[in-house]
Design a protein around this ligand. Structure first.
Ligand code: PGA
Length: 247
């Protein structure tokens, strides 16, 4: 596969002015045509950033959603609302949501199904903790997360998977390219069992302290089709350098 997807995950960073400056800065740059560039912005900035990315090759992603279409769920945001804003992607199951907001694979599965119904591409995050890695059962953890998150999902044509080892997120401690490739290949093999050819075309991203120095080596691996970038997506030049690390 000669296409890449580089998604920024801004997390709970930037005020609206900073978000406008950052997204304009990114949209003004030239990047390779075989890279889908996605900005995962806070809910409050989606409308403004989406205006900025119009007529560019950059798309907007939300960082979460609720699994109901509408109703008395104070404070929540539904995929229907996101669709009406022009959102193309939504990150679901990020480890910070699992850890701080107690999201389960079952919740994530419901979100995935509703997003697909609305025509939004879910970026499903999976990954093991440091304890699970040290115990050696990290592949079982990934398999279990994937199976549950994709329960009753018949096609992965409009899905992206992000492998994000929890121990590498925001820690500056990246998985080596071999460690990342091992799990990304494992994910693709698992998906092949259920989805056959679609598994060859799905974007599998690596996330966890990816930066301009390590991106090229990670992106050279055949089962890593892009990155989900936190910290380094908040600086225009760093983010562009990562995009341009794609071959
Ligand atoms: P990081 O975050 O690049 O800051 O480690 C990645 C992520 O959480 O998606």
């Amino acid at each position: 596969m000669n296409r890449y997807l580089i998604a920024g995950n801004w997390k709970m960073n930037t005020d609206i002015n900073e978000a406008v400056t950052l997204s304009k800065g990114i949209c003004e740059k030239q990047f390779k045509s075989n890279v889908n560039v996605v900005l995962g912005v806070p809910f409050t900035h989606i409308y403004s950033v989406n205006e900025i990315v119009q007529n560019t090759d950059v798309s907007v992603s939300a960082q979460n959603c609720y699994f109901m279409e509408k109703g008395a769920y104070t404070g929540e945001v539904s995929p229907v609302m996101l669709k009406s804003l022009g959102v193309s992607y939504t990150i679901v199951g990020h480890s910070e949501r699992r850890q701080y907001f107690f999201e389960t694979d079952d919740d994530i599965n419901k979100k995935v199904k509703l997003l697909l119904k609305e025509g939004i591409i879910p970026i499903i995050c999976v990954g093991e903790t440091i304890e699970q890695r040290e115990k050696g059962n990290y592949k079982d953890v990934i398999k279990n997360q994937l199976e549950k998150c994709l329960n009753e999902v018949n096609s992965i044509k409009n899905i992206v998977i992000a492998y994000e080892p929890v121990w590498a997120i925001g820690t500056g401690k990246t998985a080596t390219s071999d460690e990342a490739e091992e799990v990304c290949m494992f994910i693709r093999t698992l998906l092949k069992e259920k989805y056959n050819k679609e598994a060859e075309e799905i974007f599998i991203l690596y996330g966890g302290s990816m930066n301009k120095s390590n991106a090229k080596e990670l992106l050279e691996k055949s089962n890593i089709n892009g990155g989900l970038i936190g910290g380094a997506s908040l600086k225009v030049d760093d983010f562009i350098e990562i995009i341009n690390s794609c071959q």
